[in-house]
Design a protein around this ligand. Structure first.
Ligand SMILES: CC(C)(COP(=O)(O)OP(=O)(O)OC[C@H]1O[C@@H](n2cnc3c(N)ncnc32)[C@H](O)[C@@H]1OP(=O)(O)O)[C@@H](O)C(=O)NCCC(=O)NCCS
Length: 192
């Protein structure tokens, strides 16, 4: 078994997100377009101090795993990825992902980081189902999830109101056997 490959891909690795990362992360939270893709909260800037409770909560919770996405060359902080709200008796978790700076998006980092997260979720935590919600206008994220095998399972019709228009929100889910049938090791190594 190639244990060393866990959380390490070809160009990125998943590490702890620490307090020292918060000023860099706060820069992402100045970008309203980023925020409008990320979640349904009002798209308002946040300081490093305002992000601290989010980091604290994830670090303290036994039901969350928050990772920094870092480049292997240079350890640049690229974004974060997280499993959240894990229901251990049922093997179910939600997840979120963000590549923070616009110049880092569309370069394969998100796909590699999510592939690593799914490997951690299914092979390390032995979870069975991973799910998330995504807004109908977030075509890049939808393309990514569908490429990794997620199924669109439902629609929260007209969930979101932005710029005077209402938008649907989709529920996506991926089951462990579906992932295993498709899985490609992010490191390129045979995991067995
Ligand atoms: C969604 C997000 C995580 C994707 O990460 P990324 O690093 O930009 O995506 P990748 O470069 O790994 O691309 C993976 C796939 O997504 C799609 N995609 C990503 N960026 C794209 C773009 N600019 N145009 C078209 N398709 C794109 C493609 O299908 C791509 O697959 P391909 O490279 O085989 O064509 C990232 O864009 C992001 O953080 N967006 C803002 C926050 C957000 O929307 N989070 C998700 C909330 S549900």
């Amino acid at each position: 078994m190639v244990i060393a490959q866990l959380l390490r891909g070809k160009t990125v690795c998943l590490t702890a997100l620490t307090e020292a990362d918060l000023p860099a992360a706060a820069n992402w939270y100045q970008d309203a377009a980023f925020l409008r893709h990320l979640d349904a909260e009002p798209a308002a800037p946040r300081s490093a101090g305002e992000l601290r409770p989010w980091l604290d909560a994830a670090q303290k919770s036994p039901n969350d795993y928050l990772f920094a996405i870092r480049s292997l060359a240079g350890a640049t902080l690229l974004g974060y990825v997280a499993l959240d709200g894990i229901l251990w008796p049922h093997g179910v978790a939600g997840f979120s992902i963000a590549i923070g700076a616009s110049q880092h998006r569309g370069q394969g980092y998100g796909r590699e980081a999510l592939t690593l997260l799914l490997q951690f979720a299914f092979d390390e935590l032995n979870l069975y189902r991973i799910q998330l919600t995504v807004f109908s206008y977030n075509q890049n994220a939808i393309a990514l999830y569908e490429k990794l095998g997620f199924h669109r399972e439902g629609v929260f019709r007209q969930f979101l109101r932005r710029d005077g228009q209402r938008y649907d929100m989709f529920l996506y889910g991926l089951l462990e056997p579906e992932w295993r049938a498709l899985a490609v090791s992010p490191s390129g190594a045979d995991p067995t």
